[in-house]
Design a binder for this molecule. Structure first.
Ligand SMILES: [Zn+2]
Length: 153
Protein backbone atom coordinates (compact mmCIF):
# COMPACT_ATOMS: atom_id res chain seq x y z
CA UNK A 1 0.00 0.00 0.00
CA UNK A 2 1.06 3.55 -0.57
CA UNK A 3 0.03 7.05 0.35
CA UNK A 4 -1.03 8.92 -2.78
CA UNK A 5 -0.70 12.63 -3.39
CA UNK A 6 -3.96 14.56 -2.99
CA UNK A 7 -4.45 17.13 -5.74
CA UNK A 8 -5.91 20.51 -4.87
CA UNK A 9 -8.68 22.54 -6.42
CA UNK A 10 -6.45 24.36 -8.95
CA UNK A 11 -5.89 21.03 -10.71
CA UNK A 12 -8.13 20.75 -13.80
CA UNK A 13 -8.51 17.00 -13.23
CA UNK A 14 -10.98 17.79 -10.44
CA UNK A 15 -13.46 19.33 -12.86
CA UNK A 16 -13.47 16.39 -15.29
CA UNK A 17 -16.07 13.63 -15.31
CA UNK A 18 -14.71 10.19 -14.38
CA UNK A 19 -14.94 6.99 -16.39
CA UNK A 20 -17.03 4.01 -15.37
CA UNK A 21 -14.92 1.16 -13.99
CA UNK A 22 -15.13 -1.93 -16.19
CA UNK A 23 -12.20 -4.01 -14.93
CA UNK A 24 -12.47 -5.27 -11.37
CA UNK A 25 -8.85 -6.30 -11.22
CA UNK A 26 -5.90 -6.18 -8.81
CA UNK A 27 -5.07 -2.68 -9.94
CA UNK A 28 -8.48 -1.49 -8.77
CA UNK A 29 -7.98 -3.21 -5.40
CA UNK A 30 -4.59 -1.54 -5.06
CA UNK A 31 -6.10 1.85 -5.84
CA UNK A 32 -8.80 1.35 -3.19
CA UNK A 33 -6.27 0.21 -0.56
CA UNK A 34 -4.10 3.23 -1.31
CA UNK A 35 -7.10 5.56 -1.13
CA UNK A 36 -8.07 4.23 2.32
CA UNK A 37 -4.51 4.69 3.53
CA UNK A 38 -4.34 8.20 2.05
CA UNK A 39 -7.71 9.09 3.59
CA UNK A 40 -6.61 7.90 7.02
CA UNK A 41 -3.32 9.78 6.87
CA UNK A 42 -5.13 12.96 5.82
CA UNK A 43 -7.72 12.44 8.60
CA UNK A 44 -10.56 12.95 6.16
CA UNK A 45 -14.00 11.36 5.94
CA UNK A 46 -14.06 10.60 2.24
CA UNK A 47 -11.81 10.54 -0.81
CA UNK A 48 -12.66 10.21 -4.49
CA UNK A 49 -10.30 8.79 -7.13
CA UNK A 50 -9.90 12.07 -9.08
CA UNK A 51 -8.48 13.57 -5.86
CA UNK A 52 -5.51 11.25 -6.29
CA UNK A 53 -5.34 11.95 -10.02
CA UNK A 54 -7.32 8.94 -11.28
CA UNK A 55 -10.36 9.61 -13.47
CA UNK A 56 -12.34 6.55 -12.41
CA UNK A 57 -15.70 6.31 -10.67
CA UNK A 58 -14.42 5.18 -7.27
CA UNK A 59 -14.65 6.67 -3.80
CA UNK A 60 -13.89 5.55 -0.27
CA UNK A 61 -15.32 6.88 2.97
CA UNK A 62 -15.28 6.29 6.69
CA UNK A 63 -17.46 8.56 8.79
CA UNK A 64 -16.96 6.45 11.90
CA UNK A 65 -19.21 3.49 11.00
CA UNK A 66 -16.51 1.55 9.19
CA UNK A 67 -14.94 1.66 5.78
CA UNK A 68 -17.08 1.92 2.66
CA UNK A 69 -15.65 1.46 -0.83
CA UNK A 70 -17.88 2.43 -3.73
CA UNK A 71 -17.16 1.67 -7.38
CA UNK A 72 -19.53 3.14 -10.01
CA UNK A 73 -21.71 4.61 -7.25
CA UNK A 74 -25.21 5.96 -7.83
CA UNK A 75 -27.21 7.94 -5.30
CA UNK A 76 -30.83 6.77 -5.21
CA UNK A 77 -33.89 7.75 -3.21
CA UNK A 78 -32.83 11.05 -1.74
CA UNK A 79 -35.06 12.44 1.00
CA UNK A 80 -35.12 15.28 3.51
CA UNK A 81 -32.62 18.08 3.76
CA UNK A 82 -29.65 18.97 5.93
CA UNK A 83 -27.56 22.14 5.89
CA UNK A 84 -24.14 22.00 7.51
CA UNK A 85 -20.54 23.09 7.13
CA UNK A 86 -18.55 21.04 4.66
CA UNK A 87 -14.90 20.87 3.65
CA UNK A 88 -12.78 18.88 1.22
CA UNK A 89 -9.24 17.46 1.31
CA UNK A 90 -8.67 19.08 -2.09
CA UNK A 91 -9.77 22.52 -0.86
CA UNK A 92 -7.63 23.17 2.21
CA UNK A 93 -8.91 25.96 4.45
CA UNK A 94 -12.18 26.33 2.56
CA UNK A 95 -15.33 25.67 4.54
CA UNK A 96 -18.92 26.49 3.89
CA UNK A 97 -22.56 25.59 4.34
CA UNK A 98 -23.98 23.13 1.83
CA UNK A 99 -27.54 21.81 1.73
CA UNK A 100 -27.72 18.08 1.00
CA UNK A 101 -30.38 15.39 1.29
CA UNK A 102 -30.63 14.01 4.82
CA UNK A 103 -31.08 10.42 3.69
CA UNK A 104 -30.18 8.51 0.58
CA UNK A 105 -29.58 5.05 -0.75
CA UNK A 106 -26.18 4.34 -2.23
CA UNK A 107 -25.90 1.67 -4.91
CA UNK A 108 -22.40 0.67 -5.92
CA UNK A 109 -19.98 -2.21 -6.47
CA UNK A 110 -17.13 -3.36 -4.27
CA UNK A 111 -13.62 -4.04 -5.61
CA UNK A 112 -14.67 -7.54 -6.68
CA UNK A 113 -17.60 -6.31 -8.75
CA UNK A 114 -20.23 -7.33 -6.21
CA UNK A 115 -23.19 -4.95 -6.21
CA UNK A 116 -24.53 -3.60 -2.92
CA UNK A 117 -26.96 -1.00 -1.63
CA UNK A 118 -26.61 0.92 1.58
CA UNK A 119 -28.99 3.32 3.32
CA UNK A 120 -27.21 6.39 4.60
CA UNK A 121 -28.28 9.35 6.68
CA UNK A 122 -26.88 12.57 8.04
CA UNK A 123 -23.07 12.68 7.82
CA UNK A 124 -22.84 9.41 5.86
CA UNK A 125 -25.34 10.71 3.30
CA UNK A 126 -23.55 14.07 3.08
CA UNK A 127 -20.22 12.34 2.52
CA UNK A 128 -21.51 9.93 -0.15
CA UNK A 129 -23.15 12.82 -2.04
CA UNK A 130 -19.98 14.94 -1.81
CA UNK A 131 -17.79 12.09 -3.10
CA UNK A 132 -20.20 11.15 -5.90
CA UNK A 133 -20.18 14.81 -7.01
CA UNK A 134 -16.37 14.57 -7.37
CA UNK A 135 -16.87 11.79 -9.93
CA UNK A 136 -18.92 14.24 -12.05
CA UNK A 137 -16.25 16.94 -11.72
CA UNK A 138 -18.27 18.94 -9.20
CA UNK A 139 -16.53 20.52 -6.21
CA UNK A 140 -18.50 21.35 -3.06
CA UNK A 141 -17.37 24.98 -3.28
CA UNK A 142 -19.83 25.43 -6.16
CA UNK A 143 -22.68 24.39 -3.84
CA UNK A 144 -21.75 26.54 -0.86
CA UNK A 145 -24.30 29.21 0.05
CA UNK A 146 -22.14 30.75 2.80
CA UNK A 147 -18.40 30.39 3.32
CA UNK A 148 -17.13 30.36 6.90
CA UNK A 149 -13.76 30.71 8.59
CA UNK A 150 -12.56 27.71 10.59
CA UNK A 151 -9.56 27.43 12.85
CA UNK A 152 -7.10 24.76 11.77
CA UNK A 153 -7.45 21.79 14.08
ZN1 LIG B 1 -14.03 16.50 -1.61
Amino acid sequence: MAIRNIVTSEDPILSKPCRTVEEFDDKLGQLIDDMFETLEKAKGLGLAAPQVGILKRVFVMDVGDGRVEAVNPVILKESGKQRDVEGCLSCPNQWGYVTRPNKCRLRAYDRHGKEFTMDLKELGCRCACHETDHLDGLLFTRLVDEFVQMEDA
